[in-house]
Ligand binder design. Structure first.
Ligand SMILES: [Zn+2]
Length: 297
């Protein structure tokens, strides 16, 4: 396995001379040949793609909201103990995302899907991101394995709905400040977001997968089908440490299907993949997915 870097720091077989740059372009041109022939491309995206749009992911040790890490708040236990605090945290994240724009990565993926569709080829995005920026960019075939910040689920009737209201309910207006000394809003539970389905009025929660919860089986079934049928896979900005999503790429590679990883760093799964393009995904990915000379419309 030979790693190549777009930042100029090469971990290639030589690393001492300009041949490292030669290998970078050789790999990319080889990947582009495979890309031009692929009929069904699965693209797995993760936190690095959100970061390209400036969305904090609350995965790092320093990414605290008030005194807490995400894993202290994004759990079923925390929600049942203090739904007001957890809603404040998610209200803050929703409002942040509403002010962000799709990045060059999101736009390149959406453009690629639309272009290839005209050629009878398909692109599916399997994402761990919960920020909805793929859809905002125009991607149509998106599987949100960790749910969406812009959806709610009723704790009583289970109804899931898209909800982009700002604020999601009046008492959360101007709440959610992440400062370490900001007091909790302590909103009464009957004033938090409630289900609008007829006669339900159940408490709503964000329709995201909390720590310790299993993934939605309906989504997972669709993901399984894509894993089994794709003929090319890209793993973009995914740290490959969050399971089970971390194994999607290696499982595809184990079928002998080419997998290309795009990441600013190497990851624990880089060794499983045929290609590793290191550098900001906003630079590497648009080049990789640009129209190939052999594409016929
Ligand atoms: Zn309900």
């Amino acid at each position: 396995m030979v790693f190549h870097s777009w930042s100029g720091v090469s971990l290639s077989v030589c690393g001492l001379c300009c041949c490292s740059f030669y290998y970078i372009f050789l790999d990319m041109s080889e990947f582009r040949e495979l890309f031009s022939k692929a009929k069904h491309i699965a693209i797995i995206t993760g936190a690095g793609v959100s970061a390209e749009s400036g969305v904090p992911t609350f995965r790092g040790k320093n990414e605290k909201w008030r005194k807490w890490l995400s894993q202290d708040l994004a759990t079923p236990e925390a929600f049942s103990r203090d739904p007001s605090r957890v809603w404040e945290f998610y209200h803050y994240r929703r409002e942040l995302v509403m002010n962000k724009k799709p990045s060059a990565v999101h736009l390149a993926l959406a453009e690629c899907e639309a272009r290839l569709k005209k050629q009878g080829r398909s692109v599916v995005i399997i994402t761990q991101c919960i920020d909805d920026l793929h859809r905002q960019a125009g991607s149509k075939h998106v599987l949100n394995v960790h749910g969406s910040l812009m959806e709610t689920r009723c704790m009583s009737c289970g109804h899931v709905s898209v909800n982009k209201r700002s604020p999601i309910c009046a008492p959360l207006k101007n709440k959610g400040d992440p400062g370490p000394d900001v007091p909790d809003a302590q909103i009464p539970v009957d004033k938090l977001p409630r289900c609008a389905e007829r006669e339900c009025n159940g408490l709503l929660r964000p329709n995201v997968v909390f720590f310790g919860e299993t993934l939605d089986s309906h989504i997972l079934t669709k993901v399984e089908k894509e894993i089994e049928t794709c003929d090319l896979c890209l793993v973009v900005g995914a740290s490959s440490i969050v399971y089970p999503a971390a194994m999607f790429g290696p499982r595809i590679a184990s079928r002998g299907v080419p997998v290309a990883e795009f990441n600013i760093h190497t990851t624990p799964k880089s060794e499983y993949f045929m290609y590793h393009f290191q550098g900001p995904c906003g630079t590497t990915l648009p080049q990789a997915l640009a129209q190939h000379e052999s594409e016929v419309f």
